[in-house]
Structures are given as C-alpha cells and as structure tokens.
Design a binder for this molecule. Structure first.
Ligand code: GLP
Length: 242
C-alpha cells in the first residue's frame, strides 16, 4: 500500500522524510537502514546530521546498506557513491565503518562482488529502505525492463540516466560510468518499510506512473504498489500529475 504525502517544496519534503527516518532510528537504535544517493536525500541527510549534533541520536549500533555503486570509478573518486555517502552523511554521525555496506565495484570479478552483497543482505532485514526515483521510474539503477525478482547484479545504465547524471561529471556524458552494481527490485521489496522521496517537475511523470499506473516493468517503481508499507514524500511539482 502506498501512502502519498505532498509537501510544499524540497525543504518540506526533507523535513517530513527526516521525521520518518528519525522515528525509526530513535525507536530502534539497532535498526537496519537502506540508504540512497542522488540529490533527493541530501536534505534528509543534513537533518539527520543536525539532529545527531544537537540531540546526540546515536548510530553506533545502526547498520546501513546502500543501493548501488558505479563500476569504473575508484572507491575514493569524488563521484563514487562511497564518497557521496561519507561526505553527505557518514563522516558527520557516529556510524561504525564496519556497519556500513555499499556494493563494492573494486577488483575484476563483479559477479563475486554481487554475490557477496546478496549474501550479506540475506543475513539482515532492512527496517526502512530509503529511495529516490529516476525520471524514467528507475529504483536504484534498476532501469525499465528489469525483472521484479532481480537481486544485486551488474547493470547497464540507459541513456536517459547517463544524461540525468552528467551534471555530476561536468555535464560530460562521456565521463559518466555506463555500468553499476545495484541492489535488485526483490532486495528492495524485502524491506519492512519503504520511504521514497522526490521533488521537481522532472519526477512528475514517474511519480504518476508509480502511484496510479499499471504495475509493469516499464516503470520499475510501480512494483511499490504491491509492497505493504510504502510512504512517498513529494513536493507539489513532483505531485503535479497525481
Ligand atoms: C541515480 C540513483 C538513484 C536515484 C536517482 C535519482 O540514478 N542511482 O538511486 O534515485 O539517481 O537521483 P536524484 O535524486 O539526484 O534525482
């Protein structure tokens, strides 16, 4: 079941999302969180950091799993999701490095990296999975056409995603990695609860299809209609077609 919360703007979306996330962390200091990258969660992460500094909310026993990572970038590359997560969240709260899980794309055996991530995921259940959404309805890097029973795997990024993400690579599409390792749709659907955040006009079509469209691999996020506990927090622009 999808519950939609429409907020005025990005700041309000981040406030509401932080309320939901912090409620989980404060009620269960050992919670397992599924985390996402992209511009959408940054405001939420800033509020988690502020709350940690002001109220001392502890992440010492929290475990995190990130959705995805580019293939072809060093872990310490400025645009790797490893770097993103450390700069935007982990470096500013008291997470233990050993409790942080991000798919590794290092080395030459990507299948072994995927297998290792799936094995680790199988030992946990994610209490709250945070998601953004691609303008084409992708979740993590599960592009349209991805089977709903997919687990962590190597995927090719479609052209619209490479274009969307070029802003992080000096607007040069040739610098954007073309592949990634991503958690699959099944891994995402296994979470107890899902929180999706989106803002801006370019997400309106994807949000409409997610909430009101038919459940189809053409819009990967439409599968969320089949999950028992999904909250979508959007701004007015992203909600404009609902
Ligand atoms: C990337 C990520 C997704 C994210 C999407 C939207 O492709 N792999 O997890 O949801 O972009 O990003 P943004 O929030 O920047 O619009």
């Amino acid at each position: 079941m999808i519950k939609v919360i429409i907020c005025k703007d990005y700041q309000d979306v981040s406030d509401k999302a932080a309320e939901i996330m912090l409620d989980v962390v404060k009620n269960n200091p050992e919670a397992v969180l599924g985390l996402a990258t992209g511009s959408s969660p940054i405001g939420l992460y800033q509020r988690m950091i502020k709350d940690h500094k002001e109220n001392g909310t502890s992440y010492a026993e929290i475990t995190t799993f990130n959705l995805d990572e580019y293939i072809g970038l060093d872990r310490d590359h400025s645009q790797s999701y490893y770097t993103f997560m450390h700069e935007n969240l982990f470096n500013h709260i008291n997470m233990k490095e050993e409790n942080i899980n991000i798919p590794s794309t290092q080395g030459s055996d990507m299948q072994a990296n995927c297998d290792a991530y799936n094995e680790k995921l199988a030992k946990y259940q994610i209490d709250l999975q945070l998601l953004g959404i691609g303008s084409n309805g992708h979740l993590a890097f599960n592009e349209p056409g991805t089977p709903f029973d997919s687990v962590t795997q190597v995927v090719d990024l479609v052209e619209s995603t490479i274009k969307d993400n070029a802003r992080f690579f000096d607007y040069d599409m040739s610098k954007v990695p073309t592949q990634s390792i991503t958690m699959g749709i099944k891994n995402i659907m296994d979470a107890k609860r899902i929180l999706l955040v989106a803002s801006g006009k370019n997400k309106a079509d994807a949000i409409f299809k997610t909430v009101n469209g038919e459940v189809s691999t053409d819009c990967p996020a439409s599968i969320l209609q089949k999950h028992p506990d999904v909250t979508i927090v959007v701004d007015e622009e992203a909600a404009s077609l609902l």
